[in-house]
Design a protein around this ligand. Structure first.
Ligand SMILES: C[S@@+](CC[C@H](N)C(=O)[O-])C[C@H]1O[C@@H](n2cnc3c(N)ncnc32)[C@H](O)[C@@H]1O
Length: 218
């Protein structure tokens, strides 16, 4: 066994966030607005993951980004903030109700012109995208059973050197169950196993939030 990562309790978690480039007032307000929704707010990524997304988008010098699973638009702001000048983010979701909160926040954040939202099942939206290797960065954070479909549509359209970030890959730690009863756990394990055996990519699984895989196209 190799040396593990340090565990994060509340204070250390705050330290990590406070020593990474700060979220702005609109992002903080959106977190508060989303918390008012009650239990669905648990779907929102954490602050440190948002900070990571912005940096990854910068590092890939992304002009073409795609998000699968937008919810109230918090991760979308993080991605849009990192885009190169003239860059665009295509957001895929099925909920008018949740994304309408996002649209209002994007306006306040001054990123509305950088974001196109398509309200339709993401698999349908992705299939309509150009069959070219033009996407620089993608983030997958929607319905878990469709992860492999999303990945399979996105990867051929990703440029060499582009990155797909995938959320919830640790599935609250359940991915190490040898014989999980839950189908969602089996599907997440299956997704992770297929990605690690995909010779088109290099992958690093980070213990950030509920686990984020960074998938780099060779
Ligand atoms: C975990 S949330 C996304 C959270 C968001 N990335 C954030 O950090 O705020 C998952 C989203 O996927 C959307 N979703 C579920 N099934 C979908 C589908 N088939 N196509 C597109 N979006 C879907 C839901 O409406 C929900 O907004």
């Amino acid at each position: 066994m190799t040396r593990g990562s340090i565990g994060l309790d509340g204070a250390l978690q705050d330290y990590v966030v406070n020593h990474s480039t700060a979220l702005d007032a609109v992002q903080h307000a959106l977190v508060a607005r989303t918390t008012e929704l009650g239990s669905p707010s648990g779907m929102q990524i954490g602050a440190e993951e948002a900070q990571l997304l912005t940096l990854l988008v910068r590092l890939t010098n992304a002009r073409h980004a795609v998000e699968v699973g937008t919810f109230t638009g918090f991760s979308a702001i993080a991605i849009a903030r990192g885009l190169a000048p003239g860059g665009k983010l295509l957001c895929c979701d099925v909920s008018e109700e949740w994304t309408s909160i996002g649209r209002a926040a994007w306006k306040e954040a001054g990123v509305e012109d950088k974001i196109e939202l398509r309200l339709a099942p993401a698999a349908e939206t992705l299939k309509t995208l150009p069959n070219e290797e033009y996407i620089d960065f993608a983030f997958i954070d929607a319905d878990k059973p469709s992860y492999w479909t999303y990945y399979s549509e996105l990867l051929p359209r990703l440029r060499s050197g582009g990155v797909i970030a995938v959320d919830n890959v640790l599935w609250s730690g359940r991915v190490i169950d040898a014989d999980p009863a839950e189908e969602s756990t089996r599907l997440m394990k299956d997704f992770n196993d297929k990605v690690i055996h995909d010779e088109r990519v290099d992958v690093v699984m980070l213990p950030v939030g509920d686990g984020v895989s960074l998938i780099y196209k060779r």
